[in-house]
Ligand binder design. Structure first.
Ligand code: PLP
Length: 360
C-alpha cells in the first residue's frame, strides 16, 4: 500500500533494511560514529553550523522543548492552521503567557500585522509554522525573519512537513530553533525528530527555570558534542537516518529541492486542469503538500475507498478544517502530499488514479 497522506510517508526497502542491522549499545564507539555521521548530514540538510539535536520523540516533543527552553513567560504564536494551534496549546499547557496572531486558513502571515504585534517588544520568542500541513500554506521565513529579529525575540520554526523537501537555509535566515520530524520529507518511520539550536537559544535555555528534564537543550547539547545522547536513543531509527541522509546527499540537496518544486508544480497544474481549486494563497503554496479545494463537491470518502482498492492510501483533507469550511458554506479540501523519496512518475501515476476515481 502506498501512503499518499501527509505523513507518515512510505518507507523504502533500502531504509527498512538499514534499520534491521544488529542492535548495538549506544555508549560504544560504533554508535558514536553513526551519530556523528547523522549530525554532520543533518547540518548539511539544515544548512547550519549549529548543532542539530536528534530526539527520540516525534516533532511535538521538540515543539514543547522549544517552548520550555526558549520562553520564561511571554511567547507570540503565529497560528495559520491546525499545527499553529497545536503550538498554542503546548505553550499554554507549559504555563506560558501566550499571545496569538491568528491568520485566516489558506493565508500566510501578514508582515504588518506581525510587526504591530511585536512592537510591544515583550515576547521572548515567536513561533511560526513554516509549512502549515493542514492548509498547504508555506510562510516566507526569509521575509519575516528581520521583523522578529529586530524586535529582539527568538525565532522558533516548525518545519515538520518541509525540512528535507524545501530549501530552508537555517543560518542564512537566522532561525534559533528549527525543528522537524522523521516521518515526512525524510521518508523514515515516525519516532525521531531533529532541531537546530542557535547559540542564542542555548544561552536563553541556560537562564530559563522549570524547563523540565527530558528536553533540556543544555544537557542535550553537552552530550551531542561527544556524539552521544543523554538517554537511550532509538538506535534502529538512527541507522535508518544515516542511510536516508546518505541517499539525500548523494542525490544532491539542490536536486532534492528541485524535485519537490516539480512535484508541487505538477500537482497544482493537475488540480487546475481538472477544474479544482488551490486552497493556499498564490505565492505561499507549499512544495511538499498541495491542499486542493473540492470545487466539484465530489464525495471524497467514496474516492478514498476506490483509490485504496488501487493500492493507495489517500488523504481526504484535514477533518477539522473541512468541518469548519463546510459549516461556513465553503468547499471542503483534500490534500495531496508530495514529499520525501518519491519520483515524478509515481506522483503522476497517483494523480492519474485520482483523475479516474474522482471522475475528472
Ligand atoms: N507540525 C506540523 C506542521 C505537522 O504537520 C505535524 C504532524 O503532522 C506536527 C507538527 C506534529 O508532528 P509529530 O506528529 O511528528 O509530533
Amino acid at each position: 500500500m502506498r501512503l499518499f497522506i501527509p505523513g507518515p510517508v512510505s518507507v523504502s526497502k533500502e531504509i527498512n533494511d538499514a534499520m534491521q542491522k544488529e542492535m548495538i549499545g549506544h555508549r560504544g564507539k560504533e554508535f558514536a560514529e553513526v551519530f556523528g555521521e547523522c549530525s554532520n548530514g543533518l547540518k548539511e540538510v539544515f544548512q547550519t553550523k549549529n548543532r542539530v539535536l536528534i530526539s527520540t520523540s516525534s516533532g511535538t516533543g521538540l515543539m514543547e522543548a522549544a517552548i520550555r527552553n526558549c520562553v520564561s513567560e511571554n511567547v507570540l504564536m503565529v497560528e495559520c492552521g491546525a499545527f499553529g494551534k497545536k503550538w498554542v496549546d503546548i505553550a499554554k499547557a507549559c504555563g506560558k503567557n501566550v499571545d496569538v496572531l491568528h491568520v485566516e486558513a489558506g493565508k500566510a502571515v501578514n508582515h504588518e500585522e506581525l510587526q504591530a504585534k511585536l512592537s510591544t517588544k515583550k515576547y521572548e520568542a515567536v513561533c511560526v509554522t513554516h509549512n502549515e500541513t493542514s492548509t498547504g500554506v508555506a510562510n516566507d521565513l526569509k521575509s519575516i525573519a528581520p521583523i522578529i529579529k529586530d524586535n529582539g525575540a527568538l525565532f522558533c520554526v516548525d518545519t515538520v512537513s518541509s525540512m528535507g523537501g524545501a530549501n530552508i537555509p537555517v543560518d542564512e535566515i537566522g532561525l534559533d530553533v528549527c525543528l522537524t520530524s522523521s516521518q515526512k520529507c525524510f521518508s523514515l518511520p515516525p519516532g525521531l525528530s531533529f532541531a537546530s539550536i542557535s547559540e542564542k537559544a542555548l544561552e536563553k535555555s541556560r537562564n530559563v527555570k522549570g524547563k523540565g528534564y527530558y528536553f533540556d537543550f543544555v544537557e542535550l547539547a553537552k552530550e551531542y558534542d561527544t556524539n552521544q545522547t543523554p538517554y537511550t536513543p532509538a538506535v534502529g531509527l538512527i541507522f535508518g537516518l544515516r542511510a536516508q541522509l546518505k541517499g539525500m546527499l548523494d542525490e544532491g540537496l539542490s536536486n532534492v529541492w528541485a524535485r519537490h518544486i516539480a512535484f508541487a508544480n505538477e500537482t497544482q497544474k493537475w488540480a487546475l486542469s481538472k477544474g479544482l481549486g488551490l486552497f493556499a494563497q498564490e505565492g505561499n503554496r507549499s512544495v511538499t503538500v498541495t491542499c486542493v479545494e473540492n470545487t466539484k463537491k465530489i464525495n471524497l470518502e467514496e474516492v478514498k475507498k476506490k483509490v485504496k482498492a488501487k493500492g493507495y492510501v489517500m488523504d481526504a483533507g484535514y477533518r477539522k478544517l473541512n468541518d469548519e469550511l463546510l459549516a461556513s458554506g465553503r468547499n471542503e479540501t483534500l490534500r495531496i502530499p508530495h514529499m520525501g523519496n518519491l519520483t515524478l512518475q509515481e506522483l503522476k501515476a497517483y494523480l492519474d488514479t485520482l483523475s479516474i476515481e474522482m471522475g475528472l
